[in-house]
Ligand binder design. Structure first.
Ligand code: ATR
Length: 286
């Protein structure tokens, strides 16, 4: 029950009503009997400054930050970790002694999701599709591990620019246009393919960013899209004999990292995953 000592966390964004984070975190708080509650806050563009002040003024423990505020929130914080500055986006705020600290848990969440499935990319070639926010976080987390990282995007110039930016860190990268011929070539010796575009996301569930024919069994395919849980890309990859990882893994793991930052406690990730899956499949509606 919510009481005088309950710590409040939440998520700020707009729109917010379809977020799965409240059910995911509240399920974990309930399971561990932690006196915390996670609340969705709809914050429109012009209200971000006031909302962030409010996070501090109301002594919230912290918040997640989502569309459209992940980038514009950065200058409003007292401190931001280096990874979040590199990625250029903050998705988690922790209030520490009245100071607002910003983190990005997407990259670590991606690595953790891969580790859970025992996928080791160290020394292997990775191909990432997309050059938006999700692709940036994933590229920054995988580039130091992979022997070679290739970023392909519908708008090729964005992939080239992202690859150039990461190359300055001393990592081995290339960027290019997302085309069938290029994909076919690049996937020949790749160990991991990550879809960080929105292609295949509900309602466009019959779309895939990759033709079925270029997928093969010695590849792991990781789709960041989690609605639907099994995307067309993952279905095609499975039928080609490839190992597949769905986007719920990354959603849960980025949440788990935030949960640890707020509470100092390891969350029950299976409970969080079940809450997300139930939310996506329409079960457990209150
Ligand atoms: P996110 O934060 O989820 O990464 P985003 O920054 O809007 O969202 O990026 C969306 C990504 O999906 C981009 O790489 C986008 O490609 P463009 O840069 O060319 O726009 C990609 N994307 C979206 N719709 C696509 C489509 N129909 N085909 C190919 N790529 C698509």
């Amino acid at each position: 029950m919510i009481g005088g000592r309950t710590r409040v966390v939440g998520i700020i964004g707009d729109p917010i009503e379809h977020s799965l984070s409240p059910r995911m975190h509240n399920a974990a708080f309930e399971y561990l009997k932690l006196d915390y509650v996670y609340v969705p806050f709809r914050v429109s563009g012009g209200m971000l400054g006031k909302a962030v002040e409010g996070v501090k003024a109301l002594s919230l423990r912290g918040v997640n930050v989502t569309i459209p505020h992940k980038v514009s929130v950065i200058p409003l914080l007292d401190w931001v970790e280096e990874t979040a500055l590199d990625i250029g986006a903050v998705n988690t705020i922790v209030v520490e002694n009245g100071r607002l600290k910003g983190y990005n848990t997407d990259g670590v969440g991606c690595l953790e999701a891969l580790r859970e499935e025992e996928v080791d990319v160290s020394g292997g070639k990775v191909v990432i599709l997309g050059a938006g926010g999700a692709a940036r976080a994933i590229a920054y987390s995988l580039a130091p591990l992979a022997s070679e990282l290739v970023i392909l995007n519908r708008t090729g110039s964005k992939a080239v620019a992202l690859a150039e930016e990461l190359k300055e860190k001393g990592w081995n990268l290339r960027g290019g246009e997302l085309r069938r011929g290029v994909l076919e070539d690049e996937l020949k010796d790749a160990v991991l393919l990550v879809n960080a575009t929105s292609v295949g996301m509900y309602p466009n569930v019959d779309e895939s960013p990759v033709p079925r024919e270029v997928l093969k069994s010695n590849l792991t395919v990781f789709d960041v899209v989690y609605n639907p849980i099994e995307t067309r890309l993952l279905r095609d990859a499975k039928s080609a004999g490839a190992k597949t990882i769905d986007g719920v893994g990354m959603l849960v793991n980025q949440g788990a990292v935030a949960f640890r930052l707020w509470t100092g406690v390891n969350p029950p990730k299976e409970v969080m995953r079940k809450a997300v899956v139930d939310g996506l499949t329409g079960r457990g509606e209150k």
